[in-house]
Ligand binder design. Sequence first.
Ligand code: 6PG
Length: 484
Amino acid sequence: MTEQGNLAQIGVVGLAVMGSNLARNFARNGHTVAVYNRSTEKTRNFMANHGAEGDFIPSETITDFVASLEKPRRAIIMVQAGNATDAVIHQLADAMDDGDIIIDGGNALYTDTIRREQEIADRGLNFVGAGISGGEEGALNGPAIMPGGPEKTWEALGPLLESIAANVDGVPCVTHIGPDGAGHFVKMVHNGIEYADMQVIGEAYQLLRYGAGMTPAEIAEVFRTWNAGDLDSYLIDITAEVLAQVDAETGKPLIDLIVDSAGQKGTGRWTVKAALDLGIPVTGIGEAVFARALSGATNQRQATIGNLPSGTLTTLAELGVDRDTFIEDVRRALYASKLVAYAQGFDEITAGSADHNWNVDPRDLATIWRGGCIIRAKFLNRIVEAYNANPELPTLLLDPYFKAELAGLIDSWRRVVTLATQIGQPIPVFASSLSYYDSLRIDRLPAALIQGQRDYFGAHTYQRVDKPGTYHTLWSGNRTEIEA
Ligand code: 6PG
């Protein structure tokens, strides 16, 4: 019983697996939880299956659901992103009072969140777009949570969210990220990094499988070993599990029976679109999104598989490459490319935060991403340390720790990119990340030539390295230079 009678501290709207698991997580942590689903059958099923796990107040109408919440009312919406979200938000808002809080825990597009927050603020209520990561298991046992919205809502929400979030070294994997769309923006970039992380793992697998000729079971063992070192992470861990899985029906490795066409629901694509608008090169994430798109271009691939000239290919054996050395080189290429993807993701967050005046602290993200979320990894501790040492780092790659790591990775990385090209295996993120790295590192880029070309055909002007000012060459005249 609460001060306000038998009311719930939190409500969950939408009882599909994520919503249902989140509701159970709140209940397990001692909260009374109001639950509502558009189809009453789902609510009844939820109560039949999980009602005994804690204190739940089920409702069959939104009005009853809202009435069962203690004030300020807090309701988390866990419905599929899109129009359904708008409908539920407004139904809730109709039944709520000033100061109540509507939380959207889905993967909403951050610009929708900004719009929704404004609409809800205009009605005297609070709207919080919260990124929640960790999948179904995380929702139940401890996700990473990235709430945005008005800072004042943190007082009413913080303790509740902290009680259900994952916890690393006593620190809950949740914090107020920043105002309006900040939470969903960083969750979007989290997912973009997730795409790149998954793709670099995929590229490593591809090279070990079709370059080194290893079996899925052997590669699973390699990933298990990697998981004990710098690459220790959830995604490496589950990769070993997937690769070790044997199909019960055929006795073959499951991986060989899964169609090689990767799905995507949109957050990776959104990350790249937002980065394009911000002018931030998230090349690793971009290549990862495009790699999924290419894998799904079924008609095109049907026409091209085995039907395009490969040129003269060789094998690692012909090149005399030692298998163990190659495995270690691939590990290092994966690590370096992953570093680039994280550096680019953090660049996008910094730029997005500056563009929207959100004041997002990159250390907060690195801290809460250490647990609960899909990209949880040991090396996030290093990112926290990097930003602690220098909050103004121009790129994560320049942090002394990562710089030293890169010194130990770079030769392997170059070897892997070269070998992959020679054996004809695609490594879009390994290769583009290395080009990105070299582009940052060298002192002259071909952009000078592009400026010359732009000036030639469009009088777009250029600047000189040896004196200030803006110049144009009279290309179609006597080719003298004038100050523009
Ligand atoms: C998470 C995940 C989760 C989901 C994404 C990606 O953080 O828990 O990112 O949000 O896996 O929707 O899904 P797609 O790969 O289908 O785009």
